[in-house]
Design a protein around this ligand. Structure first.
Ligand code: IPE
Ligand code: IPE
Ligand code: MG
Length: 262
C-alpha cells in the first residue's frame, strides 16, 4: 500500500517534464502491458483544422505509427502492439479516401520496412483479407514475409477488422468443427473460443488507447477488451507521439486490476 502510494507520488511528480531518456528506465520499473491496442482516431479532424484534405491527416498519422511503434519496442517487454487501421465500417467512406488508406501499406514498406526488420519486429495483419484490393494484400504479404523470422514485438495492423465479423467467423468455424465431430459442444469454453479468434496467439490487450476524444469501441476487439484498462485522450492521432504513449503506460501502471476480485 505504502509502496503503491510512493510509486504514485513519484510518477505524479515526474510525469510532465521527463526527458525521453528518463522514461524508459522509469517505466521498466513498473508492470508493462504485454499487449497494447490502439484506436488511432482523429486524422480527419487534424487535417480539417489545417484546411487540408482528410488524406493529409492519414499521411501525418503514419508518423505517429512510426513513433508509437518505436516507443513500444524501446520498452522491450511489450509483446504486441495492435493498431486499428481500417474497420469493417470504414468502407462507408468516400472512395478516394478508401483508396488512399489502401495504398498506405505500400508506402509504409518504402519508409519503414528496413527499420522494422532491424528492430526484429514481426508485422502481421488482423482482419478479413478477402475484401481488400490485391495491391494492399500483396504489400501486407511482403511485410509478413520479410519479418516472419523475427522474434521481437508483434506489430499487428487491424485492417478490415471488425469484432462482430471476427466473432461470427469464430462461431461458424466452431459449428463446423462440432458438426464434423472434431470436438463436442461441451468443449466450447472461453479458452477454446479464444483460439478461434483472429487474436488466437496473442496475449489479451492489457491496455487500450483511443485518441481524439471519442469514448467508444467502434467494433474493436469487444471480446478481447473485457478486462483491458482503457485510456482516452483528446489528442488527435497525428499529434500523438512517444511522450503521449509513455504517459498512457504510466497511467496504466497506476491502475489496480482486480478482475472482479477484491
Ligand atoms: C482515424 O482517423 C483513421 C481511420 C479511421 C482510418 P479518422 O479518419 O477517423 O479521423 P476523424 O475521426 O474523421 O477525425
Ligand atoms: C475507428 O475509428 C476505426 C479506426 C480507427 C480504424 P472511426 O473514426 O471509424 O470510428 P467512429 O466511426 O467514429 O466510431
Ligand atoms: Mg474517426
Amino acid at each position: 500500500m505504502i509502496q503503491r502510494l510512493k510509486d504514485w507520488l513519484v510518477g505524479y511528480q515526474s510525469a510532465p517534464d521527463k526527458d525521453d531518456g528518463e522514461w524508459i528506465p522509469h517505466l521498466q520499473d513498473g508492470p508493462l502491458p504485454k499487449h497494447v491496442a490502439v484506436i488511432m482516431d482523429g486524422n480527419g479532424r487534424w487535417a480539417k483544422k489545417r484546411g487540408l484534405p482528410r488524406m493529409a491527416g492519414h499521411r501525418a498519422g503514419m508518423k505517429s505509427v512510426r513513433h508509437v511503434t518505436r516507443a513500444a519496442d524501446d520498452l522491450e517487454k511489450i509483446e504486441a502492439l495492435t493498431l486499428y487501421s481500417f474497420s469493417t465500417e470504414n468502407w462507408k467512406r468516400p472512395k478516394d479516401e478508401i483508396n488512399y488508406l489502401m495504398s498506405l501499406p505500400e508506402e509504409f514498406i518504402r519508409t519503414d520496412l528496413d527499420e522494422l526488420v532491424e528492430r526484429n519486429i514481426q508485422v502481421r495483419m488482423l482482419g478479413n483479407k478477402e475484401e481488400l484490393p490485391s495491391h494492399t494484400v500483396d504489400a501486407i504479404g511482403k511485410f509478413e514475409e520479410a519479418t516472419a523470422d523475427n522474434t521481437g514485438m508483434v506489430l499487428n495492423f487491424a485492417m478490415n477488422y471488425g469484432s462482430r465479423f471476427e466473432i461470427i467467423q469464430a462461431t461458424r468455424k466452431i459449428i463446423d468443427d462440432v458438426k464434423s465431430g472434431k470436438m463436442n459442444r461441451d468443449d466450447v469454453d472461453e479458452t477454446l473460443f479464444n483460439q478461434y479468434l483472429l487474436t488466437a496467439n496473442l496475449p489479451e490487450p492489457d491496455l487500450m488507447i483511443r485518441t481524439s476524444g471519442e469514448m467508444r469501441i467502434s467494433n474493436f476487439m469487444t471480446w478481447q477488451l473485457a478486462y483491458s484498462e482503457l485510456w482516452f485522450t483528446d489528442v488527435l492521432w497525428p499529434d500523438f507521439g512517444r511522450k503521449e504513449f509513455f504517459e498512457a503506460i504510466q497511467d496504466f501502471q497506476r491502475r489496480s486490476r482486480r478482475y472482479g476480485a477484491v
